[in-house]
Design a protein around this ligand. Structure first.
Ligand SMILES: Cc1cc2nc3c(=O)[nH]c(=O)nc-3n(C[C@H](O)[C@H](O)[C@H](O)COP(=O)(O)O)c2cc1C
Length: 167
């Protein structure tokens, strides 16, 4: 039996995927596995004050391209995910981001790919997706079958990032 990819491999192999097999449909079981990874994410005081709007309809994804700074791959992905916080508190945006990163890592294990989408017009996406005024669109993500996986991008050295035992 083939073992599922371990967490270290998922972390190392994840790339931002900006080229997808156009509109290839995810199976329901793939969708459930990915969403369950998000459901199991930690959240502040376990409030789970988030929701995700999933868009698979090609015509709606097409409309979202313009609202996402004309990033055309938004129209090609299998699923566009809008991450929403449902209650305003200090950690609400963090909680949405953690849940989406769980999806990003689970996707690698399933030979799928994602790209965070931060370049978007919040009002425009909220309008297209009918997001209620009392809920806040935080961040988005594309998800799909990678057609092209880019080379790794550079990272800073740990010495530039980590301060041990305080400054
Ligand atoms: C909050 C956030 C917003 C991002 N927004 C976009 C975006 O709008 N479009 C895009 O192509 N990539 C976007 N990215 C992806 C980053 O450019 C990418 O993660 C970074 O260049 C490192 O590359 P890698 O993900 O392949 O390791 C975003 C990433 C994050 C975390």
């Amino acid at each position: 039996m083939v073992q599922p990819m371990g967490i270290s491999d998922c972390i190392e192999r994840r790339r931002s995927i900006r080229k997808y097999i156009k509109n290839k449909k995810l199976t329901e079981s793939q969708i459930v596995s990915l969403l369950d990874a998000a459901r199991l994410a930690p959240s502040s005081s376990n409030r789970q004050d988030w929701e995700m709007v999933l868009v698979e309809e090609p015509a709606v994804k097409e409309e979202l391209i313009e609202a996402c700074d004309k990033q055309t791959f938004v129209g090609d992905c299998s699923m566009f995910i809008a991450g929403i916080s449902t209650a305003e508190h200090e950690w609400s945006e963090t909680d949405v981001a953690i849940a989406l990163e769980h999806i990003a890592l689970k996707a690698v294990q399933m030979d799928l790919g994602t790209c965070w989408i931060g370049a978007f017009d919040k009002d425009e996406i909220s309008r297209i997706l009918n997001i209620p005024k009392n809920k806040e669109l935080v961040i988005c993500m594309t998800l799909g079958f990678p057609e092209k996986t880019p080379s790794p991008t550079t990272r800073k050295d740990l010495t530039q990032l980590i301060i041990r035992n305080g400054y």
